[in-house]
Design a protein around this ligand. Sequence first.
Ligand code: F6R
Length: 655
Amino acid sequence: MTATEPLTPSRFEHVPLTVFRDSVEASRAVAAEIAALIRERQAQSRRAVLGLATGSTPLSLYAELIRLHREEGLSFRNVVTFNLDEYCGLSADHPQSYNQFMRVHLFEHVDIPEDATHIPDGTRPSHEIDAMARAYEEAIHAAGGIDFQILGIGRTGHIGFNEPGSARRSRTRLVALDALTRRDAAGDFGGEEHTPSYAVTMGVRTILEARRVVLMAWGEHKAEVVRQAVEGAVTAQLPASFLQEHDACRFVLDANAAGALTRYRTPWLLGPLDDQGLEWDERMTRRAILWLSNKTGKAILKLTDDDYNEAGLQDLLRVYGSAYEANLAGFYQMQHTITGWPGGRDPARTKPGDAPVRPLRASSAGVFPKRVLVLSPHPDDDVISMGGTLCRLVEHGHEVHVAYQVSGSNAVSDESLWRALLFARDAGFSTPEAARRIDEALASFSSTGVLAASADQERWKGLIRRHEALAAARECGVPAGRLHFLDLPFYRSALPRRRQLGAEDIARMVRLLEEIQPHLIFAAGDLDDPHGTHRLCLRALAEALKASAGQPWVGETELWLYRGAWAEWAADEIDMAVPLSPQEVLRRRRAIFRHETQKDQALFLGDDRREFWQRTEDRSRRLAERYNAIGLAEYEAIEAFKRYSPEAFLQLTPL
Ligand code: F6R
């Protein structure tokens, strides 16, 4: 689905696009363009003026520019830079300031002259900001204007910090940050309450005056806002849409960020699939039929030829001959995702006439009991996302292991730990040395209202989550001896959005896999979690599978992805749907309740402030309703999984 050349715009798209397989490839291409510009200007003894962004998006671009400098002699001596924005109230050496960000991620590693870099000054008192902003605009003008502007896009549709409501003619100025933007940044600041409320940003007009603009976006969480910016109307409610009016602007996307565009989500609306190099395979057929059923509000088997024709699905009708045949194909595909036996049946107890073990691979049908490994990035993802399935697997007699990948200590509030410490102290459960350290921590909490950062604090918080996980697993019937607390080190290092996997992370995963040699692995395929932890945990699994590739069990293992706490798989992506009874839903709720410290976390994370058990139940009920609406049986709730082949993982490019 991806190409490295600009795509021919579809009739839905109002801005040119290039879509790459992943952000690494995409960043390389953008870096090459920037390098070409810099070199061209060097040859003319002129300067190249770059507009730069911060955030997680340009990290791989800056890494590639540094590589070009080190390995291919790209010099930045003729480069002048202007950054888009800076938080207010942070001094230039504050670790979260954009000044600091630029030094750490680019400036310190290349030969750019220090006086050639410009970043708005966030420390000015408010009455000086207007004058500073005017001077910033004048400096851009004096440098000859921006030749090449790099942008990311916020989930509000902001570019720079031009939040919804920003006028097309706005220039560099003081702005208030949108609540969603602050929540997205909260991880970098240790909570929303510590996140700045104001920033200074270049205006929309300042950005539009750049001679060339490239907006980059990676990841599924950007897909919807990218779709609106590319396909929607130009509106101040979505400032990135103003880029449609620029003559030399291009969006550079990875496959996930492009995923909501009409050309990928509903390509049949663009004409016959053949003409687009696509085909009506099972997945596409199912997607179109589910889309049609949703659009018409009809169960699949009630869809008529007219429905297909009116919705622009003549092409599918042509392939199947009639609505009747197409309906059956879509209906059975969905029916076959449903199983009450997520690990397969005990062959000794299977009677003739019992339903087949679909959707598990037929080759594994005779293996019983199976060794099952559930990978839970944080200590509660297992029960939140697949608590019902976990209970079933145990009940069916499989050997179920749960491995908690990170300690989860970051999500324990000081208040929770403070209460636990009070308990330890008042119950007198401590050695004199422990008592001294506990007293020290309690004293810091009394005087400042927060616990002083320390290794003790991190360890204690990790322990709290470990105990909660033990209690929840007990609720699901998993014995303590089959729980594995990996405490992957990447989680402890650096700021959430800047973490990287290291050799020890992979080594711990490899040891776990070799110890268990699982027939089934369930892992979080939730690539959209607010901290990026799930993404790295999945990557750690992929790398560990790659490292274990020679082992005989690797070829046999079946890998299933659950979607995590934040979202559900779209119905057309589901390969296994496990229905739950009302009792199982309650049991899962009890297990989630064991994660007591996470109750208040829901208040701080994401846009949805409901507690985790509420999200889980709403989500799995909504999915059951969706299955019912397309004409399948009516269940209380459904947990859903998508099949992933380890081979697909192994092909991922390295980060
Ligand atoms: C950064 C900036 C912002 C970010 C946007 C996306 O200087 O002005 O517009 O580009 O918030 O942030 P990330 O890349 O962290 O998703």
